[in-house]
Design a protein around this ligand. Structure first.
Ligand SMILES: NC(=O)c1ccc[n+]([C@@H]2O[C@H](COP(=O)([O-])OP(=O)(O)OC[C@H]3O[C@@H](n4cnc5c(N)ncnc54)[C@H](OP(=O)(O)O)[C@@H]3O)[C@@H](O)[C@H]2O)c1
Length: 354
């Protein structure tokens, strides 16, 4: 197949003409050192592929950019290859099918993202037909009903076992997993919900729009001190998206028999600053704490349970989808870099159609 790099520096400002015969995919062309640069990527144009027997051709509608993509960009086992389309969660519509399980018009979730068109097979690599709940926007399937929401749901209901009346702290609270954690914890009957985020505007969003009981900007002072002020009586559960000083501060604030659901450590993904291990780890013993990692791929069996739990609240408007949506495949790298920088409120997504 002929592959042509698209001309022009970076990905802005043009919006590429979409035709029925042309496909675009983002390739990685260099390994980032520290924070990635737009020049580590290029947009490649190819003809739209024909589906081989057993596959279906999907036109992608929405694409996800995720913090875990950053780790895969370093290469190594399981990492992204250079000069090949990147991969990630996506939602698209089947436009031609030679897969007996999929029909033209079906909406599917799959993992061949970072491109306009993909060849998929039902049941392979997580490809599934969307349940298509009436009144639920498509964005929900890559945010609160997607891997993001599933991570929060598994962290709260399985790993931490949050009980009604307990107090919760979540870091990166204004992002995808963070906002989903806030919504789900409220529905589960949490008493006080406290969040940290990277700007005053995000703090206002948390305590205003999203109804958090307290929030602080982690740039404004030591996390441990700010958390102690926001939760003077302590917390029962911490959902950790950040690691480093956030985890250390949370361990100080946890009550006896508290639980940490350790979801991510974004403060360390670009090779910067925070120490990997908290200096107060022995408090885990003193306070009989439990610290357990969460990997969403080990909880895919909860997908239907998550949807059954949340869809009525999405329909009623009690829970929102919380997304920041960037338009166009040619802005996908900007969306990814922006998410790493904290430009997003809620889950960062890229929409490919109007
Ligand atoms: N274990 C799993 O299976 C799993 C699944 C999904 C996600 N995750 C993890 O969950 C976390 C959140 O993921 P997400 O997809 O929901 O992303 P997100 O929170 O929507 O976006 C990333 C956010 O991280 C914050 N951030 C960036 N650098 C930071 C730093 N040095 N210190 C503190 N915050 C920083 C930024 O917000 P601010 O403006 O607030 O800094 C940014 O908006 C990540 O650690 C991710 O790896 C894990």
């Amino acid at each position: 197949m002929n592959a042509t790099p698209c001309p022009g520096p970076g990905f802005l400002p043009s919006v590429l003409p979409m035709t029925t015969s042309t496909a675009y995919a983002v390739h990685q062309i260099a390994r980032p050192s520290g924070f990635p640069a737009a020049s580590d990527f290029t947009l490649v144009r190819t003809p739209v592929p024909d589906p081989a027997p057993g596959t279906a051709l999907v036109e992608n509608l929405l694409l996800s950019v995720d913090p875990y993509h950053r780790g895969l960009m370093d290469g190594g086992e399981g990492g992204f290859e250079l000069d090949a389309p990147l991969e990630g969660r996506a939602v698209g519509r089947v436009i031609a099918s030679r897969d007996p399980g999929l029909s033209e018009g079906d909406l599917v979730f799959h993992r061949s993202g970072w491109r306009t068109h993909a060849l998929v097979t039902l049941g392979v690599d997580g490809t599934r037909r969307l349940r298509g709940h009436e009144g639920v926007p498509l964005e929900a399937y890559l945010s609160i009903l997607g891997g993001t929401g599933l991570t929060a749901y598994a962290a709260l209901t399985r790993t931490a076992g949050l009980r009604a009346g307990e107090d919760l702290f979540v870091s990166a609270a204004a992002g995808g997993v963070g906002t989903a954690t806030g919504h789900i914890a409220r529905l589960l009957g949490a008493r006080r919900i406290i969040g940290s985020a990277g700007s005053a505007a995000k703090v206002r969003h948390l305590t205003g729009t999203l109804g958090f009981d307290a929030a602080f900007d982690y740039h404004d002072g030591p996390v441990g001190e700010q958390l102690a002020q926001a939760a003077p009586d302590g917390i029962d559960v911490y959902v950790d998206n950040v690691g480093g000083d956030h985890l250390e501060g949370a361990i100080d604030s946890l009550r006896e028999y508290g639980r940490v659901a350790w979801v991510g450590a974004i403060s360390m993904y670009n090779g910067d600053r925070s120490p990997a291990a908290p200096r107060n780890l022995f408090e885990v013993v003193h306070k009989s704490l439990r610290l357990e990692g969460v990997l969403v791929r080990n909880h895919t069996n909860l997908q239907d349970e998550l949807e059954d739990f949340l869809v009525p609240h999405l329909r009623s408007g009690r829970v929102g989808t919380d997304t920041t949506v960037v338009q166009g495949i040619d802005h996908m790298v900007e969306a990814f870099l922006g998410m790493l920088r904290g430009d997003n409120l809620g889950k960062m997504l890229v929409r490919l159609t109007s």
